[in-house]
Write a protein that binds this ligand. Structure first.
Ligand SMILES: Nc1ncnc2c1ncn2[C@@H]1O[C@H](COP(=O)(O)OP(=O)(O)O)[C@@H](O)[C@H]1O
Ligand SMILES: [Mg+2]
Length: 401
């Protein structure tokens, strides 16, 4: 049966994001229902775009959300269900399966939510990953510790923002940690710590084909920023460089391996100091956080939220086309700030493209036609940010924003 238009979207998010996704749906004539958290009742939602908004209490079980949305579906014909943030992907996939709505199902969702699942699948399809072991069978773990040199990292299978990642320097440090985790230990995986530079590849995927790719490099590895405190930076890698072409190829293989049919992906890789190879770290089927979207848009003109919305609307009917793009360079710098509303006006080089306005944060998006301009400017700004703004937050064990 052909789809009746206009389509109705149910967008789910427990974080304040995705406004541009919802706006684009509306611009394209769709109707948008937002399902979000009670605590975000007063958030900056694009209200003029939404036909209805529902608020859920914190910690509500998925089964109850299924009941509520199924009830809603009696009177609203839902055509698409989209999770705008990482933590709602399971809810969205469960709802799609229950209501038999097209889109990513639970099995594929796991490849983007569970770091063990994505590693096992990547390895199986010959994408290089740091040597790892599931935290399940203790003989396997002992064998791994004897054969794979440390240090290692013990990391939660389903977290983000380097939350809960613990570096393990020696084999006998691991067992007490596992003991303490008890039944929770299998929600972690153990892998080799690979010293190196961390890159991220942000892409747009339409009908299994990667149609847009932007390769960027973090100034400092995200773990150092998250756990050591400091200034987050990232910038576009020179197009046509070894890193750019190497990562584009690996990312294509990865997206095929993980089976993303349509949407956006944010994948991360470490280039090992030891051998120069790229090791796959993680891949999410969503827009990257930390103003990566703004950075990608500054460099290319492509807004990832907007393209994602357009791809979801097309839904495989073959009508999606990537708009023309620019190949310029951009960077982003963000820091937690001591000041409530930090003043960044002293950062006034012509490359400053956008000033990030967020409570207790200082941030800028930079743009230039010259690939060399941005990294050196970011280095300089990061030093000044650290003195003028940076507030050090103790490492988190729970997600915040
Ligand atoms: N195997 C590893 N070797 C070296 N650094 C790592 C490794 N795994 C994670 N890290 C560091 O921790 C950060 C977060 O890890 P990642 O797997 O991307 O999880 P998250 O979902 O928390 O971002 C990485 O960006 C990197 O700095
Ligand atoms: Mg990461």
């Amino acid at each position: 049966m052909p789809e009746a238009r206009p389509l109705t979207f149910l967008c789910i998010t427990t974080y304040e994001k995705g406004q541009e996704f919802m706006r684009e749906c509306k611009r394209q004539g769709c109707s948008v229902i937002l399902l979000t958290a009670e605590k975000l009742r007063d958030a900056d939602w694009p209200r003029e775009t939404l036909s209805d908004t529902f608020y859920l209490p914190a910690e509500i079980p998925v089964a109850d959300i299924v009941k509520a949305v199924t009830h809603l579906a009696r009177n609203h014909k839902l055509d698409r269900i989209v999770a705008l943030d990482e933590y709602d992907m399971e809810t969205a996939a469960t709802l799609r399966e229950h209501l038999r709505i097209p889109g990513m199902g639970l099995t594929t969702m796991r490849y983007f939510r569970d770091k063990l699942a994505m590693r096992m699948r990547a390895l199986d399809r010959h994408v290089r990953v740091p040597d790892f072991v599931p935290v399940v069978n203790h003989d396997d773990i002992r064998y791994y510790l004897e054969h794979v040199p440390g240090p290692w990292v013990l990391k939660p299978r389903q977290e983000a923002s380097a939350i809960g990642i613990k570096k393990i320097a020696a084999a006998d440090e691991l067992w007490p940690v596992l003991e303490q985790l008890g039944d929770k230990q299998s929600s972690y995986l153990l892998e080799r710590f690979v010293p190196g530079e961390v890159y991220h590849v942000d892409s747009v995927v339409s009908e299994n084909e990667v149609v847009f790719t932007n390769v960027s490099k973090y100034g400092k590895p995200p773990m150092n920023v998250a756990q050591g405190g400091g200034v987050f930076t990232s910038y576009t890698v020179p197009r046509g460089s070894d890193a750019d072409s190497g990562l584009r190829a690996i990312n294509r293989d990865l997206i095929a391996a993980l089976g993303l049919v349509r949407g956006v992906a944010h994948a991360e890789f470490i280039q090992a100091h030891a051998d120069g190879n790229f090791y796959f770290l993680e891949c999410a089927a969503r827009v990257g956080g930390a103003y990566i979207n703004e950075m990608v848009e500054a460099a290319t003109g492509i807004n990832l939220w907007r393209e994602w919305a357009r791809i979801e609307i097309a839904g495989g009917d073959g009508s999606y086309q990537l708009p023309p793009l620019r190949e310029e360079y951009a960077g982003v710098i963000v820091s937690l700030a001591r000041q409530e509303d930090p003043d960044t006006s002293a950062y006034n080089d012509p490359e400053v493209h956008l000033r990030i306005k967020k409570h207790h944060h200082a941030g800028l998006v930079l743009k230039s036609a010259d690939p060399r301009k941005i990294p050196s400017l970011l280095e300089n700004y990061a030093r000044r940010f650290a003195e003028e703004f940076t507030a050090v937050e103790p490492p988190r064990d729970k997600p915040t924003a």
